[in-house]
Design a protein around this ligand. Structure first.
Ligand code: RUQ
Ligand code: CUA
Length: 664
């Protein structure tokens, strides 16, 4: 969502949904766009040359499908990690080794839309090991290794459409969750080929529990729970007393399937779904589920072969809460809830109804009581609906307009983003009193506090991720930069410190002290452990080999030459595979590889690693190749030639580096 349309607002008013009108408008502008920045804020974000930031900030690129890494408090962009989209800088998605990472049951997908980074946890606290992120469009979950800052594994989610309420983690990353946004018909072809207006009978949702293997980061689907048809928006795991539970915001309890902006905004309340995952795990292990069709791909990056390993799985274990009746419960939640956040103590669950004029806070203790007493007001498609008044801790009154997401500082305060009124509102978890509010520029979506959705937030800052930046930065044509804003939250009043531009749409983000990430940092790959099928561990191991019309070149790079650099005997019709090993054993010395006419990007090969570029020559003649990464004083000398001859030519296949006497 970038720029809500005013015409939509008009349509809504005409449609009788006047209460909705504000939702469609651009956020109310704070009167002055130059925020009152007071005193010496610059020194609070200034990281002097050569010094490091205190926090890593992992920010989803939204529709770019990538994950960006910033330093906080400086807001400096450190890296864009390619996850769901190809990356011309590193060759991710172009090299033969990484292509399978982006391959699904729908084939190769060069792009996806990613929303929510979630750091892995130990004892309910981010541990700096992994970062998960969801692919929305073609449902997948990715795991990024924070040793290498690379996508380590990716799993496709079957029986899912719009993987939005994902990938939130349990307290020890036993599981990450994947909740379907769109409900869809599932099962056999016949069961899936149904009229759209049979939504109520045929459309269902699922939540899948993904298990990451602690040692390897390989992911599999442990089980999947089928749910009534609705839209599932966001989720969070319980903690402390509510450990073992998951909470999901659900909208479209109207079960509309057309013009949702009006038709899915009719009910006064939708739901927060409480799911007992410990119970589900027990049932799964006791064989209470059934295997159903659910073809999906699971991809894993092997750091020794420097290659993706892929596996196709045909079925998933599904649990049905209509039979296993103590798995899920609905709690009424005003009105089209978006965020669903659990406070550090684990007692309070905040449902942010984006069309509601208040924020309901549920009490886990009361939920348990209501379940024990069967204190229900009815059911939704066979699932019990607990009484609102019985599960409510209380409501935050008049918080602002368009509450979306809430994070916590660990000192008893909650911070909620207000999309429509463009502000962050700080309130007290116990008294539910509003304590402070600051404007954001503009239309804040998510916000993030370091550790702010965990058991022990580090606090210190809240960062706003805005949907609209009009007039905040130098314009860049119709598409303006996206942005984040950093606020200090150490005092009673929030204080704006910094605006910084971001890539893609900055969606959700998480931050962690750099000290927790850095002990695992990988500086280069040990060449002795390189088990790539086509590795050359030294220049003596370089060679060329023809296999029918495939030609394989074992190639090495080291400052400042490529071996071999004179290749002849390639013919039109050949497919040439350059397997390039970077022989360096030093930090920060990648080499690149590019060849004229290659219809992919170039490669960027890290020290000790082997990567493969496939090249299909389409012209007869001499074709140069070279290193694309400025690696040394003689980087411009790092080059070579391939001779391409007509099909059927008798030129022998050779690959050499020649000695050369000047003038001879
Ligand atoms: S949602 S702006 Cu995709 Cu995370 Cu709330
Ligand atoms: Cu290697 Cu430039």
């Amino acid at each position: 969502m970038k720029r809500p349309l005013l015409s939509t607002a008009a349509l809504l008013i005409a449609g009788g949904g006047a209460f909705l009108a504000f939702n469609s408008m651009q956020g109310c502008r704070p009167a002055t766009t130059v925020a009152a920045v007071q005193g010496d804020v610059a020194s609070k974000v200034y990281v002097k040359p050569g010094a490091y930031d205190e926090f890593y900030n992992f920010v989803s690129g939204g529709f770019s499908g990538q994950l960006a890494v910033y330093g906080i408090p400086s807001g400096r962009l450190l890296r864009v990690i390619p996850v769901f989209s190809e990356d011309p800088q590193s060759g991710y998605g172009y090299s033969e080794e990484t292509k399978p990472m982006l391959t699904t049951t729908h084939g190769y997908i060069p792009w996806d839309d990613s929303h929510h980074p979630e750091l892995s946890q130990t004892d309910g606290v981010p541990d700096g090991k992994w970062c998960f992120i969801n692919g929305n469009n073609t449902p997948r979950i990715a795991l990024i290794d924070l040793g290498t800052f690379r996508t380590k594994s990716m799993i496709e989610i079957p029986n899912c459409a719009g993987n939005h309420s994902s990938p939130f983690t349990t307290g020890n990353s036993e599981y990450v969750i994947s909740g379907t946004r769109f409900s869809i018909p599932m099962g056999t072809e016949e069961e899936r080929d149904v009229p759209i207006d049979s939504y109520r009978e045929n459309f269902k949702g699922t939540v899948s529990f993904i298990k990451p293997e602690a040692e390897t980061g390989k992911m599999s689907i442990a089980f999947q729970i089928i749910t009534p048809g609705m839209n599932f928006d966001l989720s969070h795991a319980g903690k402390g007393p509510s450990e073992g539970w998951f909470f999901f915001s659900c909208y479209n309890s109207e079960q509309a399937y057309s013009l949702l902006e009006v038709n899915a905004s009719q009910n006064d309340k939708d739901y927060v779904m409480a799911l007992n995952w410990k119970k589900a795990e027990e049932y799964a292990q006791a064989g209470k589920g059934k295997m159903v069709p659910g073809k999906h791909v699971t991809n894993w990056w092997n750091d020794e072969t420097h290659t993706t390993e892929s596996k196709i799985v045909d079925q998933v274990l599904q649990l049905d809460p209509r039979e296993l009746t103590d798995l899920i419960y609905f709690m009424p939640c005003p009105k089209s809830p978006h965020g669903c956040d659990v406070d550090p103590s684990g007692e309070f669950i905040v449902g942010s109804g984006k069309l509601a004029a208040l924020i309901p806070v549920f009490s886990f203790a009361k939920i348990q009581e209501a379940i024990a007493k069967n204190d229900v007001e009815g059911d939704f498609q066979g699932i019990p609906v607990l009484k609102y008044a019985s599960v409510l801790h209380g409501e935050v009154k008049r918080p602002g307009l368009g509450p979306l997401h809430t994070e916590f500082d660990g000192k008893g305060n909650a911070y909620t983003s207000m999309f429509v009124s463009s502000e962050i509102v700080k309130w007290d978890l116990k008294t539910l009193e509003v304590l402070d509010r600051v404007p954001t520029y503009y239309s804040i979506g998510h916000l993030s506090i370091p550790g702010g959705d965990s058991k022990k937030p580090w606090g210190k800052y809240v960062i706003a991720y805005n949907k609209i930046t009009k007039d905040r930065f130098l314009p860049t044509g119709p598409e303006l930069t996206q942005s984040a804003q950093l606020y200090n939250i150490e005092g009673d009043k929030m204080e704006l410190l910094l605006d910084f531009p971001t890539i893609g749409e900055p969606h959700y983000a998480q931050s962690i002290p750099a000290d927790l990430v850095r002990p695992r940092e990988v500086k280069f790959f040990d060449i002795n452990e390189n088990q790539h099928e086509f590795v050359a561990k030294g220049e003596k191991e370089t060679k060329i080999e023809r296999r029918g019309n495939e030609v394989h070149v074992w190639m090495t790079t080291i400052r400042s030459h490529i071996t071999p650099d004179n290749i002849e005997g390639i013919k039109m019709g050949d497919e040439v595979f350059f397997h390039v090993t970077n022989l360096e054993q030093d930090w920060d010395v990648p080499h690149g590889f590019a060849i004229k006419g290659a219809r992919t990007a170039e490669l960027l090969i890290m020290p000790g690693e082997t990567q493969t570029l496939k090249w299909v020559p389409n012209h007869v003649g001499i074709v140069p190749f070279y290193c694309t990464d400025f690696c040394s004083a003689l980087h411009q000398e790092m080059q070579g030639y391939v001779r391409v001859s007509p099909a059927g030519s008798k030129v022998p296949l050779t690959a050499v580096t020649r000695s050369f006497e000047p003038g001879s």
